[in-house]
Design a protein around this ligand. Sequence first.
Ligand code: GRG
Length: 295
Amino acid sequence: MSYLDYYQHTPEAFDAKIPAYFDAGSPMETAIDTCMRYSLEAGGKRLRPLLLLEFCTAYGGNDEAAYPFAMAIEMIHTYSLIHDDLPCMDDDKLRRGKPTNHVVYGEDMAVLAGDGLLNTAAELMAQAAMASRESVRALKAMYTILKASGTRGMILGQVADIKMQSQETDVTALDYINHYKTGKLLTAAMTAGAVLGGAPDDEVGKIERIGHKVGLLFQVVDDLLDLTGDVQKMGKEVHIDSRNDKVTYPLLLGIQTTQQRIEQLRDEILAETASLSIHMRFFEETIKFLTIRDH
Ligand code: GRG
């Protein structure tokens, strides 16, 4: 399979599994199911599931057994986007090419849909761990994902973003925010996948260090896209950062130096990936894609 086929096929296969997790279309489907499903099914790159499944299979794991974890991490990511778009946060009207959750269902339901996705993610992982023949690995993957999204992970990053943006922010402070806000969950996708696949601890440690750089790379590109991207391709509003007076890499470093940082991070990630004990068939292509993405 070529990388392009893989990059198209995996999200499609992932999307096809979503309705089954929500009693979709059955009399059991409730208002909160519909509201959660709206944002989850709206699309997106499915980058976190893609990474989790690839790291799991690269270490010899079974992707069917990893699916509940891939679904859970995308649910957590989607909850963070729903909450991030709320009027009390970034107040965004467009996400994944559609009106944001609170615009369609109201703020009260959007808060609950975010909460519901987080809760459902934890339920799915616990259920998978109970049913697994490798329950210790499954519990470790669950812990990795929940910790990365919690108050020592993504939520800490969001708090730092809120508190620090009003102060003098330099590149070190911005790296700190993004390490937690964006990097922790992306890293968890990679390490939880590796754990599920049976990677040894020292290898998981190496992947964690690579993941931190992937998170930074992703966010530096995201900052640049907010400035230079196209609203149609992005499926979300652009120039949000300047509207919200947010400090970004292009603002601090200028566009040229930001571009150089992207290339440096890409090269470091590729070099460190080459030192892993297994060959990551598509990960290198994903990294190259992330440096030139337009959405
Ligand atoms: C707990 C009240 C409360 C809110 C949580 C933690 C949080 C809100 C928000 C942080 C999440 C956030 C917006 C991180 C930024 C990361 C980022 C650039 C997300 C966009 O990810 P993509 O490009 O999106 O992978 P798609 O739509 O492709 O999945």
